[in-house]
Design a protein. Sequence first.
Length: 231
Amino acid sequence: MSNAHRLAWMDAQIRERRYPNCRMLAERFSISLRQAARDIEYLRDSMGAPLEYCRLKRGYFYTESSYVHGHVVITEEQRQSLSYLADRYARLESDHARHLARLFRRLIDQSNDPAAELVLPLFPADPGELAMFDTLSCAIRSFTKVDVTVVSADDGVLQTIRLSPYHVYAHQLDNYVVGYCEPEGRIRFFAVSRLQKAERTEVPFDLAPLLKDASIVPELLSEPDFCLCTL
């Protein structure tokens, strides 16, 4: 039985305030105390569970009730695909590719190999850009305008624009947002990394009259005159 079932049992026991411990876990699943301890360490260190040991109750509890535990169920076809992707990404030289290869292997590894219990490193990402991406994504889902402050690539001047965001695209190593700009009345692309600020408004928008039946596709990013409409 994989540790996913054991961790799910631990989570349920904790939520029922039964204060499970290594011995209870080992007896319940007929595993060694060492393996039970590794499972608990994995729940705490790799899955981010806010675990604390209560000496009075002689068991574990959550210090934060908002924690949600979950596991991924992978079909055989998905396992094969992830195995293939792990192999392909492992052959690439970038840190991003190696991180993805380890992530894919971790998803499909159900063994007790200690190497599988390694904590994956965080993807290198700027917190400010992640917050910007989240703000734009929320605005796109809710069809609300955002006020963005953009740094011009030409002279470094800051420009504030009211944007009705249509979509966020990934191109090479950057993310781009496309939308309708006010007051100039044009559809433009902006590199998310060049946005200094993005604030959602309560003003709704409807791009249908502007886009009509047209579809903006990622291939536009590689057009020769793309830079003419990008800050």
